[in-house]
Design a protein around this ligand. Structure first.
Ligand code: GDP
Ligand code: MG
Length: 162
């Protein structure tokens, strides 16, 4: 069985940056503005010799209409397809209403879910963990997807069980 890991979260938290790092591809376009990845995108990745599939998604912002609603729908489908979910939040931006809405959805699902506090190069990782603990998804894994910090510990937790 090849494990499938979905990257979900609101736009601009760094999902495509992590996707690119995991798959070492430049295919998922990383943007400085929200919502460029319109559809879910699959990539093959390897961790400690083990192959797994990563799904990048466009993001959920919580007040979707039109194309944004489609992006959110893709994210919900990615959650269904996944064996484990990496729920990404932005440590620099702090917790938002959209984060809380996504957390509420994920808490209702019986899915292995890992909270990923990205961009900890910009804030103290311990502050980031405390900031997001009200999401009740468990202890956040502090990472900096852009630099690779914390990514191995995250993969150990997410993939170690498969
Ligand atoms: P997505 O919308 O969730 O896919 O987010 P992107 O991967 O497109 O990233 C959004 C912005 O956050 C881009 O400007 C990235 O360069 C930036 N970013 C991503 N990861 C990090 C990180 O670890 N640290 C910092 N400081 N910025 C990051
Ligand atoms: Mg993206």
């Amino acid at each position: 069985m090849v494990p499938v890991i979905a990257l979900v979260g609101r736009p601009n938290v760094g999902k495509s940056t992590l996707f690119n790092r995991l798959t070492k591809s430049r295919d998922a376009i990383v943007a400085d503005y929200s919502g460029l990845t319109r559809d879910r995108k699959y990539g093959e990745a390897k961790w400690q010799g083990r192959t797994y599939i990563v799904i990048d998604t466009g993001g959920i912002s919580g007040d979707e209409e039109g194309i944004d609603a489609k992006m959110a729908e893709q994210s919900l489908q990615a959650i269904e397809e996944a064996d484990a979910v990496l729920f990404m939040v932005d440590s620099r931006a702090g917790m938002t209403a959209a984060d809380q809405m996504i957390a509420e959805h994920l808490r209702k699902k019986n899915k292995r879910t890992f909270l990923v506090a990205n961009k900890v190069d910009t804030v103290d990782p311990e502050i980031a963990r405390a900031e997001f603990s009200p999401l009740a998804i468990g202890d956040a894994f502090p990472v900096a997807a852009a630099h690779g910090r914390g990514v191995n510990a995250l993969l150990q937790a997410a993939l170690g069980a498969f």
